[in-house]
Design a protein around this ligand. Structure first.
Ligand code: FES
Length: 360
């Protein structure tokens, strides 16, 4: 079995420039794969390519609603951004790309109350899953109201500027849209500057009643998400109403790294009994590989992964026997952790024997 298990080769139907440093990409989905690539608003796809002989994978959110009958993602060129720079410069209509079906729990709520109220905070390309969610909620929940707070450097860098204005026109009474620009001065001071903690507090004081929100969606740069989350929690918004979509994870401190290295050494040779695609294999944990996922892959098993940063949950497995320690977890819910699920890219064995399954 190839290491590309789960990936499908999809042809690019259209590459559309959204801003000077971002493109959106529409894929052609052949009829037999329509069901496989069904998605919920807010989910992401994983793309992979070989760059200088290295298998590089990244997650990109879908920016359309399921009702639009197309699947389109947006890729903004990041700095540094190996994959995003390659994609912005090279992807063309007709090219074929390896793509994993949609995943993710940052999704539009279903079966909610009448007159539900949603708040979204987006920064830069963080608008991608958010616009998918807003379009879906406004369309499928006729009494729902939404507020979008969207931060960018300047007008030229605002992704989906016209589409958002169109949404605002279409749902005049149900969508409030506020842009915050760092490098351009607005007449109203509140809309100048970035969405940091102070700005969030000012906005929540004067513009948005976050305490009555049924859900708050946050996606953007790390500091923005941390600031928004802290401001919401400080105002008593329950944590389970705050949904955050991260695409990168924080770096471990020197102390955390040293502690982790000690655990890796201690776990050397631990027996891992791994079930993947219905087959059970025996793997010895290799401290030089750093985590369970890498040891499993080094043994030739095509365990799934994308970010390797504790964010995307692609590498999720269930511990059936024994214990592991996880370094970072931005993706699994408390319920999943309680049920025994772990992110194998973040896990080290903590017992002499660990039995786990990628199939559960
Ligand atoms: S590969 Fe993304 S969380 Fe492990």
């Amino acid at each position: 079995m190839s290491i590309n298990a789960g990936f499908h080769k999809l042809k690019i139907a259209e590459v559309r420039r959204e801003t000077p440093d971002a493109v959106s990409i529409r894929f052609e989905i052949p009829e037999p794969l329509k069901q496989v690539f069904a998605f919920r608003a807010g989910q992401h796809l994983t793309l992979r390519t070989d760059l200088d002989g290295e298998d590089v994978r990244r997650n990109y959110s879908v920016c359309v609603a399921p009702s639009e009958n197309e699947i389109r993602i947006a890729i903004k060129q990041m700095i540094p951004g190996r994959f995003s720079a390659w994609a912005n410069a090279n992807l063309r209509e007709g090219q074929v790309v390896d793509v994993l079906p949609a995943m993710g729990r940052f999704v539009a709520p279903e079966n909610t109350r009448d007159h539900a109220y949603y708040v979204a905070l987006a920064g830069g390309s963080g608008i991608t899953p958010v616009i998918s969610i807003l379009k879906t909620v406004l369309e499928t929940q006729p009494t729902a109201r939404c507020v979008l707070l969207y931060g960018n450097r300047n007008t030229a860098s605002v992704m989906f500027l016209e589409e958002l204005a169109g949404l605002k026109n279409r749902y005049m009474d149900r969508l409030e849209l506020y842009h915050f620009l760092e490098d351009e001065a607005e007449e109203i001071e509140l809309f100048n500057g970035r969405l940091d903690r102070q700005k969030c507090e000012a906005v929540f004081d004067s513009l948005v009643d976050v305490k009555s929100a049924d859900a708050v969606f946050i996606c953007g740069p790390g500091p923005m998400m941390d600031a928004a989350e802290a401001a919401l929690l400080a105002r008593g918004v329950p944590a389970d109403r705050i949904l955050i979509e991260r695409f990168t994870s924080s770096v471990l401190s020197a102390e955390q790294l040293a502690a982790r290295e000690a655990l890796q050494q201690k776990a050397a040779g631990t027996e891992l009994l791994v079930t993947l695609d219905g087959r059970r294999s025996r793997v010895a944990f290799d401290p030089a590989r750093g985590n369970i996922l890498e040891s499993v892959q080094a043994a030739g098993l095509p365990a799934p992964y994308a970010c390797k940063g504790g964010v995307c949950t692609t590498c999720r497995a269930k511990i059936l026997e024994g214990q592991v320690t996880m370094a970072k977890n931005y993706g699994l819910t408390d319920e999943e952790v309680a049920a025994g699920y772990v992110l194998t890219c973040q896990s080290l064995p903590a017992t002499d024997r660990v039995v786990l399954s990628y199939d559960e």
